[in-house]
Ligand binder design. Structure first.
Ligand SMILES: *Cc1c(COP(=O)(O)O)cnc(C)c1O
Length: 456
């Protein structure tokens, strides 16, 4: 073991050749998605109109623990993978903790976040089956950027519905998407029925991920043979693709001569958390290891710590399949926090089942704590993290501080999902002291959740 080594890399031939499908090893499998109209369990074929066939099969695959990464996708992964595993000596020193802190730096991808890990295979599978167009929604824009680039490299046209408030307030990511050649529409728009319905009731509606999903799904369903819908989070196939993060980290931790006691990921819909956690969690499931897995979610959108486990829609209009998940209710409108990528009412079905079964934990984190953590991290390690990623950093700091009290040398691994260089106006607000903490109103949550009873 080299005590001084800062970063750990894999050579190109050591990049994993397969993703890990935790569904195959889970004791209690996730419940099936239900058709929103008939309420019957859905098979992969039922998802074909919406998603590529391969993504649909992966979504419901509870059999194969290992799934080959297509050579074309692995070649494109080489543009930025392996991502470095970094020992955060600077942060450890700043905290004065005996804990060993590591982070996986996904911010080095060309689009600045982990989202590319799933955008590439999703675009590839569409291309392979002869689809010409892809569509999606994006909030802060990270997923839209990843999909726009992936569509272009595989010769597809991309139409992105961007939440209106982000479209107007954050023009740079929109420009990145347009630079890659995507068509970007602010949502709600008058180009779909779902958008028209919303705008005629509420002309000033600033949009949400839910409304943008409804518009993108509607567009895909209009010409299902030519146009597929893609998602950057929540779905099980997205989590599958993201396991490249944890599989690399597993090998890199071995190079560092350590194994994590605690693995932490920030939590929007669950894909990066799944990605860094599942490869390690398989040793908990199969060999009884005792690693802790912690999902760090915003206090203003706390589906894991304050939601309920039940079937709910993925979107506001009720087009998506019903999914068994931890949810705040699909009509829940989170406060307009700066971590746009974490403003989603639900959680993926796999992580939901794993939380229910006690394989993982969740913590909620307020905006001021997460910015404070992000600033400490940037001054100690030089990287300015995305506000989303700051939630994972804040949780890592909490646990490193516990180690300081107990004197334990725990090994903490967290996922740095993206850089914050496009989020500097958020940092500006924090530095000038105008950041507010939002917490959910328990009555709002209860009202939304009670409304869910009517779905089933
Ligand atoms: C989208 C995003 C997230 C949250 O999504 P998950 O599916 O929960 O991983 C976190 N960090 C960044 C930088 C993102 O772009």
């Amino acid at each position: 073991m080299n005590m001084q080594q800062k970063r750990f890399f894999l050579s190109e031939n050591e990049i994993p050749t397969q993703w890990y499908n935790i569904q195959a090893d889970m004791v209690n499998k996730p419940l099936p998605p239900l058709n929103p109209k008939t309420k019957k369990p859905m098979k992969p074929e039922d998802l074909f109109p919406l998603f590529s066939e391969e993504a649909s099969r992966q979504e419901l695959d509870q059999e194969h623990a290992w799934i080959d990464i297509p050579e074309e996708v692995r070649d494109l992964y080489k543009n930025y993978r392996s991502t470095p595993l970094v020992r955060a000596y600077g942060l450890e020193k700043a905290l004065g903790t005996p804990a060993h802190i590591y982070f996986k730096n996904e911010s080095v991808s060309p689009v600045g976040s982990h989202k590319l890990n799933s955008a590439l295979p999703q675009a590839y599978y569409c291309k392979k089956q002869g689809v010409t167009n892809v569509t999606t929604e994006t909030g802060a824009g990270q997923w839209g950027c990843a999909l726009s680039y992936s569509a272009k490299v595989f010769g597809l046209e991309a139409a992105v519905y961007q939440v209106k408030i982000s479209y107007n307030q954050k023009p740079y990511r929109r420009l990145v998407m347009q630079t890659y050649g995507a068509q970007v529409t602010p949502s709600p728009s008058m180009s779909t029925r779902a958008g028209k319905d919303i705008l005629t009731h509420d002309p000033n509606n600033q949009g949400s991920l839910g409304t943008a999903i409804s518009e993108a799904v509607e567009l895909a369903m209009t010409t299902p043979e030519k146009c597929k819908y893609t998602l950057g989070s929540v779905m099980s196939h997205v989590s599958l693709h993201q396991t490249i993060i944890g599989l690399e980290a597993e090998k890199q931790m071995e190079m560092a001569g350590e194994y994590p006691d605690i693995v932490i990921g920030c939590f929007g819909g669950g894909s990066n958390f799944a990605g860094i956690s599942f490869p390690f969690m398989r040793h908990n499931i199969l060999e009884g290891k005792k690693t802790r897995f912690i999902a760090a979610e915003p206090a203003s959108c706390p589906k894991l710590t304050h939601g309920v486990f039940q079937y709910d829609f993925g979107d506001v209009a009720g087009y998506t399949p019903l999914l068994p998940m931890f949810t705040l209710g699909h009509n829940f409108m989170p406060a307009n926090i700066h971590a746009g990528g974490l403003r989603y009412h639900g959680a993926g079905v796999i992580v939901s089942q794993l939380l229910k079964d006690g394989y993982m934990e969740a913590e909620d984190i307020r905006q001021t704590e997460m910015f404070k953590a992000g600033i400490l991290f940037s001054r100690a390690e030089g990287i300015i993290p995305a506000p989303e990623s700051c939630h994972a950093i804040a949780s890592a700091i909490r646990h490193a501080n516990i180690c300081k009290e107990t004197g334990e040398e725990k090994v903490i691994l967290f996922n740095l999902t993206g850089h914050g260089l496009m989020d500097m106006s958020a940092y500006d607000q924090y530095l000038s002291g105008s950041i507010q903490d939002f917490e959910v109103n328990e009555e709002d949550v209860k009202r939304n959740i009670d409304a869910l009873e009517k779905i089933l």
